[in-house]
Design a binder for this molecule. Sequence first.
Ligand SMILES: [Zn+2]
Length: 160
Amino acid sequence: MLEMPADAVTEFDEELKKLVNNMFETMYAAPGVGLAAVQVGVAKRLFVMDCSGGKDPAQRVVMINPEVVSVEGKQDGDEGCLSFPGIFFNVERNLRAIVRAHGIDGKEFELDGNELTARCMLHETDHCDGIVFIDKMTPLKREIVKRRIKKLQKAGEWPV
Ligand SMILES: [Zn+2]
């Protein structure tokens, strides 16, 4: 499922609210700063994010049907993903990103983020498009990581 583009959200109902609340809980419990619906087995275009890790309520955001409007600059930095526990590596991302999305109320808004916020929005929007961060690795590195994942799966130490 992580490798398939998700479907647009069309109903802003109670079910969606429940899903979003569950996603926030899962993300904070992990702990992580972002989580897309595809990571919890729901093929819908949305993600939750909190780059403060629960410290600043203003940074708690849900982005439904996210679309990258514009990007600027470059940044390097180690990235991880809740679907790939224990795997961290450098991913070049844009330094700044403006992403348009719908909120839980269905209203459209834009978020203009730098650094970690930009990295997180781009990583999570990729999830909605069926792109995982190991796709950004060189083919050789990706093979090594895939082999490691297979080994962990065999040992029953891999969550998916
Ligand atoms: Zn991820």
